[in-house]
Write a protein that binds this ligand. Structure first.
Ligand code: ADQ
Length: 460
């Protein structure tokens, strides 16, 4: 069998389609991962295994966009303990530098293990010894080992979309050995950044006795490749939409609705405590306190997508941020000219790109982020080399986007300084930095990423 004939079987927490209960149909979920993998899965007659997103509801396997979709059933109870509990209450904060206290509960761990087993068993029914299994993300870290026990699949790959934490933090997790052994079941483990790969290698050597280096580990008589494969976006598609007349007209309209300020600063994030939304608002406040002459000239638009509202910490961060917006606007607004415009909603793709076009400065300030695609989407939309990107050093993207204005988001004065610098940045400096950034984002797009991940698994 040649590499191009090998079937790729993606195993992810969610299917690439979502069930619309009213219309009783499946709709493709937008996103880079789906658009990158769709052609590969179509060509190789691949399969996607994942949860439908609807608890307590059985769905039969079906075909969508030329791809076989195999839904995994999750009960409401499993959704709460596996997904809301262990995935989002334990792993998410632990893997993001414990910026919130991770909760360690045995009654969440057991369902995590059982749900991983269920995914592995569903996949095992489909996988043949010629296939490649490609497991995605932190929800399914035990699946590689389980697949090795249940199948004779050609190769097993795993991709971690979020950071892998330093061993000092990871070591706190009572089930650290099970998680490491689960991951070491893969042939190739891929990470967003060099630091995540190093952290994993150290943890595997120190905590379960794997041998080897940052790039190659030996475990139970097998070799495991550790790869760095930063995820990218479909840059051509972003450029095309960003330069359309409709987008440019919408961008103008956005600026005029904001009162035609001199500088529009933009933040776009899922509303998550890892994204540093509060810190960027406080930095703006610091800047306006320091430079009252900028009031009215500089406005921040923050678009926050509702996220994980079933998790208590997320309801709290929403309240905190909305309180902060109220306080800052209360302190600093002139009538009709608030310094912060806050939108709590998901905006359609076309409108999102118009915001990227309307923004002079993009503020991306996560406390920790696997990659951060928003930073790359902004860069890809600045086809005319205008605009400035302020980027946290703690986003995976900072390893690639070295021409951004890199900041430590915890340093409020430093962040305010950088904001001040960005609003005054000359056209020449903007163009020099942006053209280098655009080159980097275009070279490492989502198709480059998919190829980089799949080639060592035997798919070309
Ligand atoms: P996320 O934490 O969700 O992803 P990010 O990489 O920024 O973070 O991706 C968010 C996506 O949602 C972007 O494509 C963006 O366009 C979209 N989006 C954000 N706000 C939006 C809004 N208001 N309206 C509409 N769309 C919006 C996780 C990891 C990241 C990693 C990705 C991919 O946490 O570190 O980069 O997976 O691997």
């Amino acid at each position: 069998m040649t590499p191009s004939e090998r079937r790729a079987v993606v195993i992810a927490n969610r299917l690439p389609v979502a069930w619309n209960g009213k219309k009783k149909e499946w709709k493709t979920s937008p996103g880079g991962l789906v658009s990158a993998l769709t052609p590969i899965l179509q060509e190789t007659k691949g399969v996607w295994i994942g949860w439908s997103g609807v608890p307590d509801r059985e769905f039969e396997p079906f075909d969508h966009s030329g791809i076989r979709q195999v839904p995994v059933f999750l009960s409401q109870e499993e959704y709460e303990s596996f997904y809301v509990g262990f995935c989002n209450g334990t792993l998410w904060p632990l893997y993001h530098d414990a910026v919130r206290e991770p909760q360690f509960h045995r009654h969440w761990w057991r369902p995590y293990r059982d749900v991983n087993q269920k995914f592995a068993e569903t996949a095992a029914k489909t996988l043949t010894s010629e296939d490649v299994a490609w497991v995605q993300d932190y929800q399914l870290q035990l699946v590689p080992k389980m697949l090795r026990e249940l199948t004779t699949v050609h190769r097993i790959g795993f991709y971690l979309h979020i950071p892998f934490p330093p061993v000092e933090l990871f070591a706190k997790m009572p089930w650290r050995g099970d998680v490491l052994e689960g991951l070491l079941g893969a042939d190739v483990l891929a990470f967003q950044s060099r630091s995540s790969r190093t952290n994993f290698s150290v943890a595997a050597r120190e905590l379960v006795g794997a041998r080897g280096s940052t790039r190659l580990l030996e475990w139970e008589g097998r070799e495991i490749i550790l790869q760095v494969a930063p995820i990218g976006i479909d840059t051509t598609m972003f450029k095309r939409h960003a330069s359309s007349e409709v987008t440019l007209a919408t961008a103008e309209l956005i600026r005029s609705r904001l009162g035609d300020p001199k500088i529009v600063v933009l933040g776009v994030d899922r509303l998550d405590y890892t994204k540093g939304i509060d810190l960027r608002m406080r930095a703006l406040q610091t800047l306006l306190d320091r430079r009252p002459d900028l009031a009215g000239d500089v406005v921040l638009v923050q678009i926050a997508v509702p996220s994980r509202e079933d998790v208590a910490e997320y309801r709290k961060i929403r309240r905190d941020i909305e309180g902060l917006v109220g306080r800052i606007n209360g302190d600093l607004a002139q009538v009709g000219r608030p310094p912060i415009h806050y939108l709590y909603r998901s905006v359609p793709f076309d409108e999102l790109i118009a915001y990227y076009r309307a923004a002079d400065v993009m503020l991306v300030t996560p406390l920790r982020d696997g990659m951060n695609l928003v930073a790359k989407e902004y860069v890809a939309s600045r086809y005319d080399n205008t605009g400035a990107l302020i980027l946290s050093e703690f986003a995976g993207a900072a390893e690639q986007l070295t021409q951004a204005l890199l900041v430590n988001p915890y340093d409020l004065n430093g962040l305010a300084d950088m904001l001040e610098r960005s609003v005054a940045m000359s056209q020449d400096e903007q163009a020099r930095r942006m053209s280098l950034l655009r080159g980097s984002v275009a070279r490492h797009d989502v198709f480059w990423w998919a190829e980089r991940c799949l080639a060592p698994l035997g798919i070309e």
